[in-house]
Design a protein around this ligand. Sequence first.
Ligand SMILES: [Fe+2]
Length: 234
Amino acid sequence: MTTDTERTTGGGGREAARGAPGVPWRVLLAAALALGGCARDGGAAEPVVGRPCEGCEIVFEGMPAAPGASARIAPEGEPGEPMVVEGIVRNAAGKAAPGVVVYGYHTDANGIYPRAATRHGRLRGWARTGPDGGYRFDTIRPAGYPGTAIPQHVHFHVLEPGRCTYYVDDLLFDDDPRLTEAERERQQGRGGPGIARPERDATGIWRARRDLVLGERVPGYDECERGEGRSGGG
Ligand SMILES: [Fe+2]
């Protein structure tokens, strides 16, 4: 189990698959897959590409049956600096992608994942893109893990209903002193660039943008899109 201060990269492969409580949306997704959808991974309940993918099963735990295009990660009143993260999800051809679920989770203002039912902690949320491919999260700006050099980050996963699930590059912040050149060079560009340039708006709220490109630099994605069984990714 990942400790509070250990970074969960989303791709570390340190996590065993977990069962997840069923929700109607999830049941429908599983049914769609049974009809020839995406790759499965060793009996895991969901089609996950881009292995290894730490936590790709957890993303379904507690997911609302019908997420809206705007959602909260941190609840109102959560200590910390308020932040809005928003973006547009597009496919590789640049076309807006409605109906895609974006899942995000992050640490609190002390750099800790507050304990909750899953080890992704309490600060997590889902937004399903609207007709314009847009999504939005209202939350707080996370702190980096205490006592480490690891930068502030928000983990993101993409859930394409009936298709593929995968993690993408963390949302990082260009003004974060911990975001060193070495750290920048480590970014893979999964789902497109993850480094945002946050700015405070007139009310003092941080605004950060994380656009997403479906499947960008995600191993196994093309096979998954074509419904060719195992992704071979990871
Ligand atoms: Fe993390």
